[in-house]
Design a protein around this ligand. Sequence first.
Ligand SMILES: Cc1cc2nc3c(=O)[nH]c(=O)nc-3n(C[C@H](O)[C@H](O)[C@H](O)COP(=O)(O)OP(=O)(O)OC[C@H]3O[C@@H](n4cnc5c(N)ncnc54)[C@H](O)[C@@H]3O)c2cc1C
Length: 595
Amino acid sequence: MADYKAPLRDMRFVLFELFDGEGLARLPGYEEFTRDLIDPILEEGARFCEEVLHPLNRSGDEEGCRLENGVVRTPAGFPEAYRLFREGGWPSLAGDPEYGGQGLPHLVDVFITEMICSANLSFGLYPGLTHGACVALTAYGSQELKEAYLPKMVEGSWSGTMCLTEPHCGTDLGLLRTKAEPQPDGSYRLTGSKMFISAGEHDLTENIVHLVLARLPDAPKGVKGISLFLVPKFLPREDGAPGARNGVACGALEHKMGIKASATCVMNFDGATGWLVGEPHKGLRAMFSMMNMERVAVGLQGLGVAEASYQGASAYARERLQGRSLKGAKYPAKPADPIVVHPDVRRMLLTQRAYAEGGRALAAWTAQALDAARRDPDPARRREAEDFVALMTPIVKALLTDLGFEAANLGMQVLGGHGYIREHGMEQYARDARIAQIYEGANGIQALDLVGRKLPADFGRLLRSFFHPVSDYVEARKGDKALREFVEPLAKAFTRLQQATAQIARAGLRDPDEAGAAATDYLRLFGLVALAYLWARMAEVSLAKIAAGDEDRFYAGKIAVARFFMQRLLPQTGALHAAIMAGAGALMALEDADF
Ligand SMILES: Cc1cc2nc3c(=O)[nH]c(=O)nc-3n(C[C@H](O)[C@H](O)[C@H](O)COP(=O)(O)OP(=O)(O)OC[C@H]3O[C@@H](n4cnc5c(N)ncnc54)[C@H](O)[C@@H]3O)c2cc1C
């Protein structure tokens, strides 16, 4: 399996040269996060991911998880790696300081999460879900529940899950059947079966805390009758330590395509004791409180895999000798040229790299807004940041996971047959990346969220948080000759996006199928324009460095990839625009029975 080296140089570029990482310390609550503190956190994170997590990626995939007498065993090395992870304080890094967390800004946390996803996606799911559960509990749990559970979950000795899905109910949660009956002592008895529950059962932590969606006896039908409950595997004793076993157990493990070291469990609740989180029948709202962040985190899974696959493919392409350059031998002393000389191989590598580096900038831009939404003292800036996060969340989730899978697939192709067999680990990246397009709201559902909820919200108010900075940028750089090759294609693609937005608003009002039919193409068009804006800015920063005499080859590389993105990838927006403008007619014409 190819080595993984955390791309710290690029992360620092995004954090401190493209965005204002140094300015984080000016936000209330983030004062201590100066560059002096951030740099060692990134370096230590990189070391842990490279030396502890990545070596377990392949063995974890081959061994998978096992269910033995109701207990799930994670692959060899995972419990020890998790122990080191905890001892290093990594679970609490982004946690709420009120419950023992270290309150790391999102703008730094995205890089740590990306590294974990690159190094070992399956491992990352265990702490990732716990973090999401902590966010929901912090926002909606009673003081008593928070005090009893959060400190242990934040420090990572207890883990968390999200139990939404049932066999007959995935996207449409209104169909869910798990029941919760009130008990005289204020607790509830939960009965039902959940499936596909990540980290539902495992041997990494002392206790597992399930956040479960269920219906109360008087619940209205549909999504308005769903409540959220906390159900621990072991009921805490008076002293807070795990006590009696609760009525929840893993019935089976799913056999699946990828992320094999992540336990995907059928969870049976058989009169399990639980407590209400938030108000009755308002469970979806509580569950979705963690969704913005969780969806960005799933986007990072796509990004992490894209980066790791690029690293494997580019190392191989520089070594593997096959054929000669079309212009004649480039390395005549060798029996053949390395495949990196071939235009088609370069197309694949540059596509991977443009998606990974562009995606990293997009995730960081969104993370910066998450920080501003939480910490900026100016209410107007806070609201604008909230609008931006709401708008970009479905785009980050769906675009980065789609691009992550495309990149992993290209990575395999670069290695030819050696990519398809297991030895180099490239096919694992493709298998692992695939699920991120499905869970946490399938990507088609993200696209519907964008066109159905985010675009019309408050007469298009959210859109302004993206459209204004992009049009201001284009306007301000119109006459700049050095930037023309970046700004002109951006402006053209942005016009396409504006036209597509107007078309969806018009046609979608008349016929909702029109918006539904355009949704996926529109999300991709939007995402590519966002990447183009960021690539133009990254090229601008790099050109300025070179003009100032900086000789770091990094900047020339950035400009080359920016050029590739503008010339060879951004033109996809023309095809997407045409598909959107064609409308829903051809898509809806066949009778259902004719499929
Ligand atoms: C490995 C793995 C881990 C998972 N982890 C968890 C977990 O920890 N907790 C949890 O609760 N769940 C988890 N899930 C479940 C996952 O979130 C669901 O699979 C996902 O929500 C989709 O639901 P579904 O599979 O029932 O598909 P369906 O809802 O049946 O959807 C099938 C297809 O139809 C499309 N579709 C459905 N409805 C609409 C609509 N209204 N409009 C347009 N298109 C539509 C979807 O986009 C999708 O392409 C996991 C799943 C897997 C495979």
